[in-house]
Design a protein around this ligand. Sequence first.
Ligand code: ADP
Ligand code: MG
Length: 321
Amino acid sequence: MPGEFEIIDRYFKRKNRRKDVVKSIGDDAAVLRTDAEKDLVVTVDTLVEGVHFPLDTDPEAIGFKSLAVNLSDLAAMGAVPAWFTLSLTLPCVDESWLQGFASGLFESADRYGIDLVGGDTTHGPLCISITAMGFTSTSKALCRNGARVGDAIFVTGYIGDAALGLAAKQGKISLEQSSLEYCLSRLNRPSPRLDAGRMLLNIASAAIDISDGLAADLSHILNASAVGARLQLTSIPRSKIFVEACAYRPEWRMVVAGGDDYELLFTVPQSKIPRLIQAGESLGCGITRIGQIERQPGLRIDDTDGREVVLASAGYQHFDA
Ligand code: ADP
Ligand code: MG
């Protein structure tokens, strides 16, 4: 059975007829040329109950996250958010749920400066689909296909907190109350790295947001750019809470294959690293170098003892066998 990405490639990926389509299927968002100065950047993401969030998730968190994951795709392109539309499928009219959902949604909208301009409301299993639009200067959007041999690989923030939060929620790991709250907020209320994305314009050669897992999302950059990469496992930044929680059992799988962090993963030519370090200082989230782009295709990960880590699964894919 074909997986998510094979389905897209086989049935939906076509050559575009219009010259104003700069980027379409295969990146974090589409880039459409609107006039001489600006490109319109468009992305859609859908959250399905039971797949993207457990049945008992707080409606405020669902509202916040469903917009935040779209903003994260705009961030990965270096775009400034402008508008979004909301397609909402509801199993029933539950006003207290709607109240919570709307307050989370608009908290995220207000924080990141994006306006709701339309949508659709239907009856059926709970499903939230948001289309977000933003702008970049012409030809400036950060794409997945620009990584070159020798470029350094960086990430923003910390990796693995959301996977730890999910594991705790599923009862697979137990955490102290304050650590649990931190990890659940990283899982339910991701911070789209819009400032970082904008800062990376003219610095990064390629970028993506980490939604499915670090290894899986890096592989999208590698495939699009026709290069390979080597990562140093211990360089991958983890929060103090993550390190403490996993002190007795290093949870590298969560770091490399866990999704939902919504940090940015990007590549930078050596000559631009000093500029990146300087510009990165003013970012609240921090940036860390985790590896480099190599000619040999595929992804290699060095463990502490110099051996290579073998990954059983790189990350989440819908319809994965
Ligand atoms: P992301 O994780 O960044 O949101 P996805 O992995 O969902 O991106 O999608 C990969 C690419 O395939 C994107 O460019 C997306 O727009 C495109 N895509 C996904 N599903 C479809 C579809 N049904 N029709 C057209 N394009 C699609
Ligand atoms: Mg993305």
